[in-house]
Ligand binder design. Structure first.
Ligand SMILES: [Zn+2]
Length: 277
């Protein structure tokens, strides 16, 4: 039963970073993302699958992370990248965002939150719904996927950090969905969260920044767990962080949430064991 609950939690949460099932090309971050921001290639354009895997393995190993190429998780399905031309391009695109995103953390950060594996796959689906990422705290892993939709790269990096924060949240509270009084105390009195990230999707909605006082984005307002992940995701993605800083200058509640997340980053970046509290 516990395992089923874990799988269900992951299923609901991972809905946050997906394209809508009714339009696989809808990028919910399309409007809010700067498309002209390009990420450098991680390998030569003609790199083979083996060369791409080697580059990823080496760069993740420098962070004490293991690259994994297949996903095995209750209720989720995904495919491994093959050595076809199309798959090489897709893996290249995914790595060009995921690797620099993860390299924004010191390796001590991953050790402190006990993240060991990065699963890189295509066609990730949970309960039949396509997902771009999925936290798997029970196996010390986070999965990132290319589902062939053309996504704004900076938006995909924001998803990298957003999904990682769900993992951190789980480590701190043994639950993806918990009431966190310290976080809730940072909200303006009039803010009421929606019914969770899963209710955002399937409607081809577009996310927008600072949609209401106290939250960094519209999606933040869908649930406490999404608010934390969004605030962290924007803070960690340089292009988004610049906008978050501007919002925070005009919004004391949001400024307090940003301080909270900066403290989280500082705490887990320390060398040596950091106790969750
Ligand atoms: Zn989320």
């Amino acid at each position: 039963m516990y395992r089923i609950l874990l799988a269900l939690s992951a299923l609901l949460l991972s809905a946050c970073s997906t394209v809508a099932p009714i339009d696989h090309n809808n990028d919910a971050l399309r409007v809010e993302c700067h498309w002209d921001l390009q990420y450098p290639s991680v390998a030569p354009a003609d790199a083979t699958l083996a060369q791409l895997r080697e580059a990823a393995t080496r760069r993740l190993a420098a962070l004490n992370l293991n690259a994994q190429w297949e996903l095995s998780s209750e209720g989720a399905t995904a495919e491994a990248f093959t050595d076809s031309e199309q798959d090489r391009q897709r893996l290249h695109r995914l790595l060009s965002v995921v690797l620099p995103g993860l390299e924004r953390y010191p390796s001590s950060f991953f050790a402190n939150v006990r993240l060991h594996n990065i699963v890189l796959v295509k066609e990730l689906a949970v309960g039949g719904q396509r997902r771009l990422a999925m936290p798997m705290a029970e196996v010390d892993s986070v999965a990132y996927a290319d589902n062939s939709a053309k996504l704004c790269p900076a938006g995909m990096e924001m998803r990298v950090h957003h999904e990682f924060y769900h993992f951190i949240d789980y480590r701190e509270h043994n639950d993806y969905y918990h009431a966190d009084p310290a976080w809730l105390a940072l909200n303006p009195a009039e803010l009421t969260y929606g019914k969770g990230g899963a209710t955002f999707y399937g409607k081809n909605l577009q996310d927008v920044g600072h949609a209401k006082p106290g939250v960094v984005s519209l999606y933040s307002s869908y649930g406490q767990e999404e608010d934390k992940a969004e605030t962290f995701g924007w803070m960690m993605t340089p292009d988004y962080a610049a906008r978050l800083d501007l919002y925070a200058m005009q919004d004391a509640n949001l400024a307090a949430k940003l301080r909270h997340m900066r403290e989280q980053f500082r705490k887990y970046s320390q060398a040596g064991d950091v106790k969750n509290n």
